[in-house]
Design a protein around this ligand. Structure first.
Ligand SMILES: Nc1ncnc2c1ncn2[C@@H]1O[C@H](COP(=O)(O)OP(=O)(O)OP(=O)(O)O)[C@@H](O)[C@H]1O
Length: 596
């Protein structure tokens, strides 16, 4: 079901209350806005009275002495007073508009930042179930809805409510008979207009959904352009998009048709009522039971009431939609990260080199609780030792890295770094001690310099260059059009796979952490650059506890120990030479790869 089509429920509206903490810091401004709103509304309710006196004093029989709004002022006096009222009203409206919009923008900005910060603290498990596109749409679309409501709809609604309530009261005071007439006509016309209004709302939601469909399709396809072109699907994709746009057009047209009919009905109803009341009122004026000014004031109040009702209907729709938006945002805001920080974290170990210990570690991914990705893994790694993890695809090598970084909770057993259980360290301290080169390096849309500096924000330009040299990245970066200042494009699209990998290695070297994790760090490199990068990595591994995942066994011949994983279990450990002698899984893999 499209999310906007969810019917209104009290729960959705009460979600708006969850926004109160965001308004609280600005309560003085909120109070000011409310005061301005009251002043503005009161002023507009006085205008028809002034109008009545003006007409009666100027053109009619003259106001009763001392009975008008401005006492016994003459025609000029009335005009001056009326102009004064108009200026005052204009100023009050402008001041209210500014204050309320300011609050709306401020609250939206605070809400966006708060939600974003909360999302950044979530563990990877969170992103497995919630698509990033969904988070983005909540951050932009839903916050904009709330901005509309806080920054204008609520004040418009309150103003219209005042206008409606005040107008009705003044109508009753000005002429009870005509008021009763109008009330009767309005009740008669309310039902058909409300019915059509509901249909318009449903259709406009539908047309929004159709637009969202089309842009979702475009988003996916634009991200996959090389594939689309390689399979020469441009025409098909254009047709698919045009199809969805057409559906959107058809929905929009049927909405417009209903809306046009409704506009005709509303105008006819409002004008009909006014003309009818004017007619009856004119007869009363003729009969001398009503003054011309009173009739004029009555019509003005009737227009105010009609305007108020129209705005209230519109605002109600906005408020309902904002209720849904608030619900979705608060859901993100109150999402508890699956990985909890310890209440009283231990300080990290002080040693220069850190040991790692996996103690009977069992691990199932939350998405597949029945499958053990790691099964009773026990592994002690001495400080400064270099250990290679090898094994077939899906054996659980990357999962070990994920657990070291505490992206997930172990299902059983424990992991210690430098003697401290990872659960007792703060996530910040734990991850500060780990430099990782992931399987698929991430390049940000920034310069080469900034991309490497991501490893350590306070590194000098010289330190960045040194790290780049160690990762054999210096030479290719220097040849880029603007050297280190070259913009690398979104997701690093302007680099080759091997170049991306070297940037990631330089970043990890620059971080200079006590543990180094390499996940197939050199898989995308040609033989020549691999030798260069390997030299850089060898330098980086010096004196550092290092875990290397490698499929190509040639790259891990110089490590201290090889651990062979299969189906989530450690099946062999030893030096490369030992393992070949044992004639197990490693020996088979080595025979395939090294002895060709
Ligand atoms: N997020 C996840 N949710 C559920 N299962 C997962 C997830 N990530 C990995 N797995 C599963 O866990 C098992 C181990 O995966 P892992 O990535 O650790 O293997 P690997 O040895 O690193 O493989 P490769 O060498 O291909 O990278 C695989 O069967 C995989 O399908």
């Amino acid at each position: 079901m499209p999310r906007d089509a969810v019917p209104a429920s009290p729960r959705r509206l009460s979600a708006l209350r969850g926004l109160a903490p965001f308004l609280r810091p600005y309560r003085v401004r909120v109070g000011l806005a409310f005061a301005l709103l009251c002043i503005g509304s009161a002023t507009i309710l006085v205008v028809p009275l002034a109008f009545r006196d003006l007409v009666d004093a100027g053109f009619g029989r003259g106001a009763a002495p001392g009975g008008g709004l401005f006492g016994t002022a003459g025609l000029d006096g009335h005009f001056i007073a009326l102009s004064g009222l108009a200026v005052f009203w204009a100023l009050a409206v402008a001041a209210r508009y500014y204050t309320v919009s300011w609050i709306g923008e401020r609250v939206t900005a605070d809400l966006r930042s708060a939600v974003y910060e909360q999302v950044l603290g979530q563990s990877p498990q969170f992103f497995e179930t919630l698509q990033t596109g969904e988070v983005l749409s909540r951050l932009t679309g839903d916050t904009t809805l709330i901005q509309t409501v806080v920054g204008s709809s609520v004040s418009m609604g309150l103003r219209s409510l005042f206008q409606f309530g005040g107008g009705m009261a003044m109508l009753a005071v000005t002429s009870p008979y005509l008021f009763a007439l109008i009330l009767g006509l309005m009740t008669l016309l309310a039902a058909p207009i409300a019915l059509i209004g509901r249909r318009v709302r449903a259709l406009s939601r539908e047309s929004q959904d159709r637009i969202a469909d089309a842009s979702a399709l475009a988003g996916e396809i634009l991200n996959a352009m090389p594939t689309v072109q390689a399979f020469t699907q441009e025409r098909n994709e254009a047709r698919r998009f045009a199809g969805r746009t057409e559906t959107g057009f058809a929905t929009a047209v049927s909405r417009t048709r209903v809306r046009a009919a409704m506009t005709a009905l509303v105008i006819a109803a409002v004008m009909g009522t006014i003309i009818f009341v004017l007619w009856i009122g004119a007869r009363q004026v003729q009969a001398g039971t009503l003054s011309v000014g009173e009739l004029g004031a009555f019509v003005l109040y009737a227009a105010l009431v009609a305007g108020g009702v129209g705005t209230l209907a519109e605002v109600w729709g906005d408020v309902m939609r904002a209720g849904g938006a608030a619900e979705r945002l608060l859901e993100l805001l109150h999402a508890e990260p699956a990985i909890r920080e310890p209440l009283r974290p231990e300080p990290p170990a002080a040693a220069e080199r850190l040991s790692i210990a996996f103690d009977h570690v069992v691990f199932c991914y939350p998405a597949r609780p029945a499958v053990r990705a790691l099964d009773d893994v026990c592994l002690d790694i001495a400080p400064g030792e270099r250990v290679a993890l090898v094994g077939p695809s899906g054996a659980g090598k990357t999962s070990l890295f994920q657990l070291l970084l505490r992206y997930y909770k172990v299902s059983a057993g424990s992991i210690r770094i430098g003697g401290r259980d990872v659960r007792e360290l703060s996530l910040h301290d734990l991850r500060r001690d780990i430099a990782i080169v992931p399987q698929e390096p991430v390049i940000f849309s920034a310069s080469a310099l900034e991309n490497i500096r991501y490893g350590r924000g306070d590194a000098t330009d010289d330190e960045v260059r040194q790290a780049a040299r160690a990762a054999a990245a210096d030479e290719f970066v220097a040849r880029l059009p603007e050297g280190y200042g070259t913009f690398l494009g979104e997701r690093g699209t302007r680099l080759s796979g091997g170049q991306r990998q070297r940037i990631a290695i330089a970043r990890a070297i620059l971080k200079n952490a006590r543990l180094l994790l390499l996940d197939e760090a050199t898989s995308a490199l040609d033989a020549e650059s691999e030798i260069l990068v390997q030299q850089g990595l060898d330098a980086a591994m010096q004196g550092r506890t290092t875990l290397v995942i490698a499929h190509r066994l040639a790259t891990v011949q110089r490590v201290d120990r090889i651990v062979v994983l299969d189906g989530g279990r450690i099946v062999e450990t030893g030096t490369p030479a030992d393992l070949r002698r044992q004639g197990g899984l490693y020996a088979r893999l080595a025979a395939l790869q090294l002895d060709l």
